[in-house]
Ligand binder design. Structure first.
Ligand SMILES: Cc1cc2nc3c(=O)[nH]c(=O)nc-3n(C[C@H](O)[C@H](O)[C@H](O)COP(=O)(O)OP(=O)(O)OC[C@H]3O[C@@H](n4cnc5c(N)ncnc54)[C@H](O)[C@@H]3O)c2cc1C
Length: 397
């Protein structure tokens, strides 16, 4: 009988695995051939593992104002996480936006911290083990994989969400939770780019705007304002601002982009395009003028009333209608998941089945882009281990 069986060797499962006190018999089951596949892909292979800022600044970066993970975050916050890595020989670096990365900019160095620690503890994850089901027993659980049956006193489901299924996250944990009577908040996809109409901006691909103001409209009504960086892709919009907004964006919504033109933008002796170059990259200025039927070489006073009105609108509120979302294949996180109605906020233990715990993206927790999701996963894995270290007495050190 194992003391703890952890299903999923992602950030939350791995953090739990290394934090459980030595002496406990811990089994980690991972269906992929390697641990931490999503961790390796994170941050474009650079792994933005957390964000700077105090706790009060962290909470609002999550759904429900961080209410669900307040305890997990407060007991193992970004400072504690950074100290965890540096104490294990992984130097970190912070970019100008407050995002924290390994100094090497290599996610595999982050994974190596866990692999090394697990090796020392004698807890190497068993990979290629796809968990298909579990049964609560009088004492503990029976966990079945394609190959075997395992028994454990405690079971942690840390199987992640439903996006990027190629990395192993196909919602297995959600199905297991539902099958054992746990409520699920409907799942959606977050932190993905959007396709828009108009989409004729091949010439704009790769252009990014810093700290631009934009508004999300739903059914003609303003839903929320943002100020963030934005990126033009070949077929729509992306960048940190859109990624964060994507947690709320639906097909048919509108993004209203405000370039905040100064009143005297066209006052000098410059033609329209040259005047707009002070406000945005030339290619974007040319595209915007073209969308208003105005030649870049035209001088503002020469424009007709209709052209001036169209230009003023395009500069103050250029509308992009959302035609498609990134979907499960390209969204970085899952919104929704196992509901906290059925899970203790204090310990992350199921309220329905004692001894069953949840951690990470399987739960109804999602954060903004910037390292918040990995922080949440690490903090939740840590909280479960801390709870179990106190509870499982008489064993371990
Ligand atoms: C491309 C990409 C880039 C990202 N970049 C960042 C970033 O830079 N910063 C950030 O904060 N967040 C980032 N994220 C989000 C972050 O990676 C996730 O929020 C985080 O990995 C969630 O951790 P987790 O432990 O909950 O689950 P996961 O990392 O999803 O791990 C779950 C594990 O469980 C395994 N599993 C699932 N079902 C079973 C089963 N039935 N049996 C056995 N094993 C199973 C899976 O194979 C997987 O290894 C990124 C996500 C993606 C997709």
């Amino acid at each position: 009988m194992w003391d703890v069986i952890i299903v999923g060797a992602g950030p939350s499962g791995l953090m739990c695995g290394v934090t459980l006190k030595s002496g406990l018999k811990v089994l980690i089951l991972e269906k992929n051939e390697i641990s931490g596949k999503k961790l390796l892909a994170s941050g474009g292979g650079r792994c933005n593992l957390t964000h700077t800022g105090n706790l009060e600044a962290l909470y609002p970066r999550y759904n429900a104002g961080g209410r669900y993970i307040k305890r997990a975050l407060s007991l193992f916050d970004n400072q504690a996480l950074m100290a965890f890595f540096t104490a294990r020989g992984l130097p970190l670096t912070v970019d100008e936006g407050g995002r924290v990365f390994p100094e090497s900019q290599l996610s595999r160095d982050v994974l190596e911290v866990f692999s090394r620690e697990l090796r020392i503890l004698g807890r190497r994850p068993v990979t290629g083990e796809h968990v298909r089901g579990f049964t609560p027993l009088e004492t503990g659980f029976e966990v079945t994989t394609d190959e075997k049956t395992y028994r454990g006193r405690i079971l942690l489901l840390a199987t992640g969400g439903v996006t990027y299924p190629t990395l192993g996250t196909t919602g297995d944990g959600h199905a297991l939770a539902r099958a054992t009577g746990h409520d699920l908040t409907p799942t959606g996809y977050g932190l993905g780019g959007i396709k828009t109409e108009p989409d004729n901006f091949e010439t704009l691909q790769g252009i990014s705007l810093k700290g631009v103001k934009f508004e999300l409209y739903k059914k003609g009504r303003k839903f929320r304002s943002y100020r963030s960086d934005l990126l033009f892709t070949g077929e729509g919009l992306s960048g940190p601002g859109i990624l964060n907004a994507s947690r709320d964006i639906e097909i048919g919504d509108e993004i209203h982009l405000d370039f905040e033109p100064p009143e005297n933008l066209f006052a000098g002796p410059k033609n329209c395009l040259n005047a707009m170059k002070g406000l945005m990259p030339a290619a974007l200025g040319a595209w915007l003028l073209d969308s208003c039927g105005i030649s870049g070489t035209a001088f503002y006073p020469q424009l007709g009333k209709r052209e001036k009105t169209a230009l003023a609108r395009a500069l103050a509120s250029k509308v992009f209608t959302v035609t498609a979302l990134a979907g499960p294949m390209k969204s970085m996180i899952t919104t929704g998941g196992v509901s906290f109605k059925d899970v203790s906020l204090k310990t992350l233990e199921s309220r329905k089945i004692p001894g069953l715990f949840f951690a990470g993206e399987i739960l109804d927790v999602d954060g903004e882009s910037g390292g918040y999701n990995l922080q949440a996963a690490f903090s939740m894995g840590h909280l479960v281990a801390r709870t179990l270290n106190e509870r499982i007495s008489g064993l371990g050190d």
